[in-house]
Design a protein around this ligand. Structure first.
Ligand code: EZ4
Ligand code: CO
Length: 403
């Protein structure tokens, strides 16, 4: 099954997506997601200028070999750009293999290990009352798990909070927005939000929270302790995981479950945290950690150490990447939860898909073969690339901080 064509499609139906389409001699094609938020065109170049010329002519059936060719075959390994490019190729090849077998992809991954995939949505309020109200809206929609973020008194822009609540997307146009951050204000406020949410809705819904890499280990430990009474499903990305020893400090002090890894790209970014049991959920995702092949390597290691998965599924993961996550989630035993931020309607039109949300879970259409998602290229062409950046953070004295 010879690969005869591979092309990159960039479109911006509300936000930028980079899609790879691989076509085989038999006529079967597959698609993959290579979107890196705010750095989209670097992946386009990496694919077009370096990988695709060597992909043409290869046998599309040899997924592992092609993955290894681009992983081991690169002297300059790993990193978000390289791994997003490999991810897109890998997803497209799995899509092709499953279409050739006339099966939904999860059948090739061992079949369903569960009937449905638990997902969490995002309740983002501008202040405490608003956040509590947003949680109620998600409960009304049937969500069983909800990530709660809130604007912080005294801070103008807070991560996770935006006017377009349902379709929160942090990347904005032209030049990066500069936000101001203050950890003291944040730590004073966040426990009150969870107290109020639990008072209002009780302890049945799963609640999650994302600190977005802004704390030091001891601050994270303190937050974890303060949140213990509210029984979080997880506390995400407290500290930047470059210095992974920091997690030992957090772990020593709190029983709040910890999640990290949406910016990780390979099993080598995760192994210290996993094998030392310093986290409970690994957030690596299909689009950024080497596709289905990369995720399976990470999940297999995590399984041994009581770590479950919680794939990143923000709006910068296209419906193709999200579909790849759902097939993976449904097929492994140590699945934890899947992030599911809904895409705007025009994105759903460009990427017609077949995952179904009902009562807090996502199921997959058993009659759809491959990933069960497509790209409408004519429609995509109507939405050309727009330069957008994720924001940056500064502290109140104007020094740089982590966004
Ligand atoms: O800010 O995907 O858990 N989800 C997140 C996301 C990230 C964006 C960055 O591209 O942290 O909302
Ligand atoms: Co996050």
């Amino acid at each position: 099954m010879k690969i005869i064509d591979a092309k990159v499609i960039v479109c911006s139906p509300g936000r930028n997506f980079v899609t790879l389409k691989i076509t085989t001699q038999s006529g079967i094609y597959g698609i993959g997601d290579a979107t890196v938020n705010g750095r989209e065109l670097s992946v386009v170049s990496y694919l077009e200028d370096h990988l695709l010329p060597t992909l043409i002519g290869r046998d599309a059936r040899r997924i592992e070999d092609i993955w290894q060719y681009f992983y081991r075959g690169a002297y300059w390994r790993r990193g978000p750009i390289t791994m997003a490019a490999i991810s897109a190729i890998d997803m497209a090849l799995w899509d092709i293999k499953a279409k050739a077998a006339s099966m939904p992809l999860y059948e090739l991954l061992g079949g369903k290990a569960r009937d449905k995939v638990l997902v969490y949505g995002h309740a983002n309020g501008i202040n405490l009352e608003d956040s509590v109200e947003e949680v109620g809206k998600y409960l009304d929609k049937g969500y069983k798990a909800i990530r709660v973020q809130s604007g912080i008194p005294g801070l103008e822009d807070t991560y996770g909070v935006a006017p377009e609540k349902m379709y929160y997307e942090p990347a904005k146009g032209n030049l990066p927005q500069e936000c101001i951050w203050d950890t003291h204000k944040y730590l004073n406020f966040i426990p009150k939000v969870f107290e109020k949410v639990r008072d209002t809705y009780g302890y049945e819904p799963h609640l999650l929270h994302d600190s977005h890499h802004r704390l030091s280990p001891i601050e994270a430990a303190s937050l974890g302790k303060m949140l213990e009474p509210y029984r979080l499903f997880w506390l995400e990305d407290t500290v930047h995981a470059e210095l992974q020893e920091g997690f030992e400090i957090i772990r020593k002090h709190t029983t709040t479950p910890l999640a990290v890894g949406e910016v990780f790209n390979t099993v080598y970014d995760c192994h210290h945290l996993i094998t030392n049991q310093l986290i409970d959920y690994i957030r690596t995702t299909s689009t950024h950690a080497g596709g289905i092949t990369g995720l399976r390597k990470i999940a297999a290691l995590a399984d041994v150490f009581h770590v479950k998965t919680g794939c990143h599924g923000a709006t910068d993961i296209s419906p193709i990447g999200l579909a790849a996550c759902f097939h993976f989630d449904i097929s492994i035993n140590n699945f934890g939860i899947q992030e599911f931020m809904r895409h705007e309607e025009k994105i759903e039109e460009v990427f017609p898909n077949s995952y179904i949300f009902k009562d807090g879970y996502v199921t997959l259409d058993e009659n759809k073969i491959g990933l069960g998602v497509d790209i409408d290229e004519q429609l995509a062409a109507k939405y050309p690339y727009e330069r957008k950046y994720l924001p940056v953070n500064r502290l109140e004295d104007n020094s740089m901080w982590n966004w």
